[in-house]
Design a protein around this ligand. Structure first.
Ligand code: CAA
Length: 281
């Protein structure tokens, strides 16, 4: 593989573009507009500059890495890609529309993948030209720091697709785990009930935000408490994943906490909107 396409230049897509470019791949990056991609490149440049300041990277390497990331204005630009990773917002209709569009421009060898955190791969596979060459490749936030990729095969995914994407993932320096195409895969099936339970505990008045978070940070040695982490992930994303778990399993234990629903309805989505469980302004 030489050229990676990344569709979606938000925090996940920008992170995937960054680590791919740092590993030497040429990257084509797109979003709703070229301006959004340029904005993502500025953000990547700032993270790389931090590495220079820490002595972890040479200044000239920043330009080399940024020079490997090219904005793509149209899905037809993705024709030369060996692998295209979709990292758009967590809406099935959005992802399907992207695959239907980009699928018209790819050759028979191109692999397609989705960074979905919970939508079934086999269902999304209905929107790609060849489900055998499609699978889930789930990165974790912040992508440059988190050393894991979860690989999820759909019903039709062939071994050659899994093998090629596993080689790509390892070339980024990430550890690889394999999950079945079950709701929430491995990590979110375990993480989201914890975040959801923290919302129940807060809503039922068991404890305040700071104490719930400190309980997990110091009592469980987690790097950040569940409510802080929810603010980082986005409360809308957390709610979407809880709903996928609830609807996909039919198990009441995954029902979303009323307080989580209320925050999302208020538009308090976490860090990205300036307000979630914490004030980020
Ligand atoms: N992007 C790039 N690098 C970042 C970063 C970001 N957004 N945030 C922090 N870093 C880097 C820092 O530069 C620092 O790098 P060095 O070691 O080179 O100095 C390193 O990470 C540690 O940062 P800090 O010392 O500032 O802070 P920290 O020790 O608290 O670490 C953290 C920050 C890595 C984010 C840590 O708090 C953490 O691990 N949090 C939990 C993250 C987590 O659980 N992610 C998974 C979310 S779930 C998900 O992504 C899946 C899904 O589908 C929802």
């Amino acid at each position: 593989m030489k050229t990676i396409g990344v569709i979606g230049a938000g925090q996940m897509g920008a992170g995937i573009a960054q680590v791919s470019a740092q590993a030497g791949y040429r990257v084509l990056l797109s979003d709703m507009s070229v301006e959004l991609v340029e904005k993502a490149k500025v953000g990547i440049g700032k993270l790389l500059a931090r590495n220079v300041a820490k002595g972890k990277m040479l200044p000239e390497e920043v330009d080399t890495v940024l020079g490997r990331i090219t904005p793509a204005a149209d899905h037809s630009d993705f024709a030369p890609c060996d692998l295209i990773i979709e990292a758009a917002s967590e809406r099935e209709s959005t992802k399907r529309a992207i695959f239907e569009s980009v699928g018209k421009h790819v050759g028979p060898e191109t692999l397609l993948a989705t960074n979905t955190s919970s939508i079934p791969i086999t269902r999304l596979a209905q929107s790609v030209p060849d489900p055998a060459r499609f699978m889930g490749v789930h990165f974790f936030n912040p992508v440059p720091v988190m050393g894991l990729i979860e690989l999820i095969r759909g019903l039709a995914t062939v071994d050659a697709t899994v093998d090629a994407i596993e080689i790509y993932g390892r070339s980024l320096g990430k550890n690889i785990i394999h999950a079945d195409d079950a709701p929430g895969f491995i990590v979110n099936r375990i993480l989201m009930p914890m975040i959801n339970e923290a919302c129940f505990a807060l809503g039922e008045g068991v404890a305040n935000i700071a104490d719930i978070d400190m309980g997990c940070r110091i009592g469980l040695n987690h790097p950040m408490g569940p409510l802080t982490l929810a603010d980082f992930i986005g409360l809308d994303t957390c709610l979407d994943i809880c709903r996928v778990l609830h609807e996909g399993t039919g198990d009441q234990k995954f029902r979303p906490a009323p307080l989580l629903i209320k925050y999302v309805e208020a538009g308090w989505l976490g860090k990205k909107t300036g307000r979630g469980f914490y004030d980020w302004t």
